[in-house]
Design a protein around this ligand. Sequence first.
Ligand code: FAD
Length: 285
Amino acid sequence: MTSSISSQARFPRHFSFEFAAPKTDEALAKLEKTRARLQAVNPHFFSVTYGAGGSTRDGTRQAVLGIQAAGSAVAPHLSFGGDPSDKIADLLQDYAQAGINRVVALRGDIPSGTSGSGKLAYASELVTFIREQTGDHFHIEVAAYPEVHPDSASVESDVTYFKAKVDAGANSAITQYFYNAGAYFRYVEACAAVGVQIPIVPGIMPITNFASLVRFSDTCGADIPRWIRKHLEAYQNDPVSLKAFGEDVVTDLCQQLLDGGAPGLHFYTMNQSVPTLNLWRNLGL
Ligand code: FAD
């Protein structure tokens, strides 16, 4: 599948960088420095995550407005979480008034340790809500899962519910990270086969730490191929070799994706500039 050019190749390429919402003033200051370094390569936009259940609502808002004020395009992530609808409507108005015109609409996950009494609305409901509240003001991004979302009953239902987000008004999608290029190419063709016609940009997770990558991948359902896992295990006490290996593997992945027609890349920066800028340089972007 990777040898042919995917149907995604018809879309212009967009490159974007994601930050985790800061939870302290110190983290916010660090994020601003990282943004300034990453801005040097002129990404299409930055995005800032939204803590499950609205836990980072203020941190996300503060970071997003700061990035916008610094002159960089930014897309806040958003989910209903435990919030009443009018709170989300207010947030959308704030963002629109600040000149922000792109959001990433998500269901989010119930944070462990909470009562779970909040509303966990599917992302398609949020997309519908955003369109009802703000018409066509926002370009709406949604999440996509080439290796199948952990809650999905089947590959088919995963694609069906992804299409529901597009039918509700999503303009483009960013994928969960993966290390199997073939999963992405098969996924985008499965989406095309059911009539999905939006850009689906691969999410790229740099590899810098074995333990945290394994922990996170187990939670979000991203597969770390055995051969990668074995190499990383071997480098557990050798961070320099681990990072060099990780950079090599992820550079190859990105190159395969771009060669196969992926419409850009979305980097999960982990609020660090160096891993993403190294990949950027290796790819000659
Ligand atoms: P949905 O699209 O609603 O799908 C969730 C699951 O429900 C899927 O299995 C889907 O197939 C199924 N489903 C959907 N609709 C229906 C239906 N009507 N009936 C039955 N099943 C249905 N999480 C955060 O908390 N904050 C973030 O900022 C954040 N940013 C992210 C950014 C990206 C690019 C990605 C890929 C993920 C991000 N996540 C974030 C994680 C995301 O919130 C989780 O993966 C979450 O479990 C699903 O969110 P979703 O928007 O994909 O959900």
